[in-house]
Ligand binder design. Structure first.
Ligand code: FAD
Length: 403
């Protein structure tokens, strides 16, 4: 629709909400299959990192706020290997190959791109690993003043010079005049809305302990706000475009190999495996990413970055620094599960912007495993959000017919 075009920052706009709905319907099975593979389902996080902005407490102590961490003595890659010997739906297995690990340990080359990073990463010894499939993003009960303050701090990062940092007008504000500020706001608002879709879609029934799609909560938080809905689609377009571009920047066979930098040498030993597994590994990667997902995303330019940051080069540094601050604000989220999914998504968007806006430095761009894990999981979150929005739309229409 024209409304979508005016908001999507693309010159020759023939993208519509229904185009993205259709694209997503076709891609949904591949995306959800991809994030179940061993490369993408483990996330490394420091759950004890202190909030550096205020004295944040862990207010959400219910089991829904917890994440299931892998005990460190059990976290070795042979466990993962064996687990994955069960063929997936596609009958193939994804595992890294040995060259990948060797290439990835060049920490020096990772350091050289730190200036181009849009997020902070948890890298110290206090980190634990979480199997994302066992701690899904859904209703946790985290809320009230604590989460409101975090959202307020996040939106306040959109106060580029000349705006008032204490104003809450950034939340649900009028679209910004400056296109880059508008972009910043829409990414954050789209992420906020996507989180709200997930918590509505898997909302806790306190009596039965079951999770179910709650139409009322969805309407109150997202469904009744066109701007919030549109920002989810906007983010889908950005992330899609960055995945297409990533495949151009990195030689294709390096995509999946570009970082087991978070694996210790002992864990690395467990990686050694047969040539057969290496080829199976490449097969599933080829099937899902290279043959299904990327060509489908590449059929149509969903997001055009060519005019962004062209007028004021310093604006990009400001933008990057402020976005990086948001990743630090995530340490102030008092619910472990919300914090983990918040970090994944902020790192995912940060990776997308590194790909889209630092392409003039393409030769220097290096990616940690965690960035690719976050990027593809963020894409999965948006894809699931769009699927859920369509489901809620049907529920809403049925509800109207009933009254
Ligand atoms: P909030 O969502 O807290 O919003 C605060 C204010 O922001 C609203 O009053 C409104 O004015 C404005 N606003 C709301 N949405 C938007 C938008 N899309 N764009 C612009 N402005 C908006 N809860 C869970 O149950 N599960 C989770 O996984 C989870 N993850 C979270 C991750 C992070 C990083 C944070 C900060 C919170 C998370 N929460 C999660 C809590 C959740 O986001 C809400 O804060 C909480 O449910 C309370 O919601 P609320 O309706 O009071 O408004």
């Amino acid at each position: 629709s024209p409304e979508f075009c005016s908001q999507i920052i693309t010159p020759s706009c023939n993208t519509t909400f229904s185009y993205i709905d259709e694209l997503n319907k076709n891609l949904r099975p591949s995306i959800s299959e991809l994030v179940k593979t061993s490369y993408f389902k483990y996330f490394k996080i420091d759950l004890d990192k202190q909030c550096k902005f205020w004295n944040a407490q862990h207010f959400c102590a219910t089991e829904n706020c917890a994440v299931e961490i892998l005990p460190s003595n059990q976290f070795n890659w042979s466990v993962i290997h064996n687990e994955n010997l069960k063929p997936s739906k596609l009958g193939k297995i994804i595992l890294p190959d040995v060259t990948a690990i060797d290439n990835a340990i060049e920490t020096e080359s990772i350091d050289t791109c730190e200036d181009l990073d849009y997020s902070h990463f948890d890298e110290d010894h206090a980190c634990v690993y979480v199997n994302l499939l066992k701690s899904p993003e859904r209703f946790t009960g985290y809320g009230g003043a604590q989460s409101f303050d975090v959202w307020k701090a996040i939106y306040s990062e959109n106060c580029f010079p000349n705006t008032n940092p204490m104003s809450m007008s950034h939340i649900d504000s009028e679209p910004e005049q400056c296109i880059e500020k508008n972009l910043f706001y829409r990414i954050v608002s789209g992420m906020h809305a996507s989180i709200a879709v997930h918590l509505s879609n898997e909302y806790l029934d306190a009596e039965t302990g079951e999770f179910y799609p709650n139409l009322k909560v969805f309407m109150e938080r997202v469904g009744s706000f066109n701007e919030r809905l549109s920002n989810i689609y906007f983010n889908y377009a950005i992330i899609s475009q960055s995945i297409v571009k990533l495949a151009e920047i990195l030689p294709l066979n390096q995509f999946i190999q570009s970082g087991y930098d978070d694996i210790s040498p002992t864990q690395k030993e467990h990686f050694l495996h047969s040539k057969e597994t290496e080829s199976e590994n490449k097969d599933i990667y080829n099937d899902l990413l290279l043959e299904d997902i990327i060509p489908a995303l590449n059929q149509h330019q969903l997001f055009d970055t060519s005019t962004l940051f062209s007028e004021d080069p310093l604006l990009k540094d400001e933008f990057r620094a402020r976005f990086k601050n948001i990743s630090a604000i995530m340490d102030c989220v008092g619910c472990d599960r919300c914090r983990m999914w918040g970090k994944i998504q902020i790192i995912g968007y940060g990776t997308a912007m590194k790909i889209l806006f630092e392409d003039d430095q393409a030769l220097n761009l290096k990616f940690r495993r965690i960035e690719l894990v976050a990027l593809l999981n963020t894409f999965d979150r948006l894809s699931k959000s769009i699927e859920s929005i369509n489901k809620f739309k049907s529920m809403y229409l049925n509800h109207l017919n009933d009254v």
